[in-house]
Design a protein around this ligand. Sequence first.
Ligand code: FAD
Length: 517
Amino acid sequence: MPDAIIIGAGAAGLTAGLLLARRGWRVDVLERDVDDRPGDLAGIDDWRRPGATQTWHSHAFLARCRSLLAEHAPDVLAALRAAGALEVRLAEHAPPTLTGPAPADDELVVLGCRRAVLDWVLREVVATQPGVTVRSGTRVVGLRIETDPAPAEPAFSRGPVRVRGVRLADGSSRDADLVVDAAGRLSPVRRWLADAGADLPAPAEADCGIAYYSRYYRRSGPAPDIALNRGHTTGASFDRYSCLMFPADGDSFSMTFGVLPEDTGIRVLRHGAAFDAAVRSIEMFVPWLNPGNVRPVSPVTAMSHLANRLRPLVADGRPGVLGLLAIGDAAVITNPAHTRGVSLAVLGAVRLTEVASGLRDPAERALALDESMRAELAPWFEDSCAQDSARLLRWRPEQPVVPQARGAEPAEGAPPTGYTPWPAAPAGGAGAARPAGVTNGEAYLAARRDPEIWHRFTRLQNLLATPSDVLGESGFAARVREILATGWRPAGVPGPSHDDLVGLATDALAVGAPEPR
Ligand SMILES: Cc1cc2nc3c(=O)[nH]c(=O)nc-3n(C[C@H](O)[C@H](O)[C@H](O)COP(=O)(O)OP(=O)(O)OC[C@H]3O[C@@H](n4cnc5c(N)ncnc54)[C@H](O)[C@@H]3O)c2cc1C
């Protein structure tokens, strides 16, 4: 029986552990956080997860994530439903401005669920699965590595390093046939590999140019019967800030502000009283935040220093490391605003399981997972960079700094969605249409008018179709341009100006109510 060590019990590590065990692997999932998860969901608000600080930011799980679970781990999907996860049928929330009915599509269903509930459910299912064990309070501090003294191919300056296992904080070590880096956004594994002399391609990276403030609430009465205006969320981008409401499991929901990281005035939102006043000042959220039956159940959680990142382990067909594969945020990170991370983590776990179970040779495994990364993950990295660039041109017109993916050189003849850096903004700004296709922003506008464009765009936003299939397809692009040429635009969403928002939040802080916990 082959054995695997997975570093990290987040969405990627737990899903991979479950799927590998079901393919006959013996798996240890090593997690640095102690296991202080509550015995039942009633205590979930107190599960802090210091190793995954995004846990208490708003999360939704896209239709692709739900489809992958339905196909590969239907018991996890069933357990999420039993835990009260909402299934948001997107056709029911199609824009009222469409000129005809939204096409029916049973796959377009998003899971509305707190992130802690997803991880709790995954832990419960994993706990009953023979062959996989989660070892909490077990921090991995290094790798057990062998360097190939004589590279098989003399043309290569260095051979790949061979990972044999991991070193733990208590001084012990463990070996396995396969080590999986599922240690998330801050994974130290690439640094360890580089220190051991691994010849890895530089990661491609671009700042998201955004910081987030989130807070969870509970309501005591029924949810308002109002369609969500952005698919699985309600909200909008306003004057240098955005605000979204995420419906979640049971009687819970969350609110998240996205702001410029350098905006010092708006940091007042980190205080609960200021945050509550700010969300209540935006008209569209008033029905959701009736003070009579809604109460905050978490402090405000802040997060910044976010970047889009693509971290390949193979350069020009040469694996830099054997015996170790990376999935989840350790492999690719996109701006959380697009709610794609967990879908990509689950997809990575599915592909890793296929590759590890279908191939025995470590080099073949590395190449096969890399190929999937190029085809299935890299397009979302590039799309996220492009969307961030367009937003930053709106939010920072006086300082039109366009984030550039850096590090990865385009290989000659590389596929259009390979590790090529995201191309610089075309003349006219990043919001301008590229000749071959349309931007995500243009498609978003047309998708509020034309039912077929709505359908294809919503599949794109849910990772059920790729940007090149949709935005780059000539018929789609022509129809989007046709709609935009009529001059039709959706009505703007009213909201306070940036300065008014900061002012009223600051005033509320002066007379603020005590914070929960
Ligand atoms: C503000 C914010 C909002 C988001 N919203 C969404 C959303 O709505 N929808 C969505 O799909 N995605 C969202 N994401 C992205 C999503 O959270 C991540 O993509 C997802 O958590 C990735 O899963 P993972 O398993 O790779 O990493 P994680 O979930 O971060 O898990 C990594 C695990 O590894 C452990 N670990 C780290 N180092 C070690 C070590 N040395 N030894 C042992 N264990 C270790 C950590 O403790 C942690 O448990 C959001 C992200 C942020 C930051």
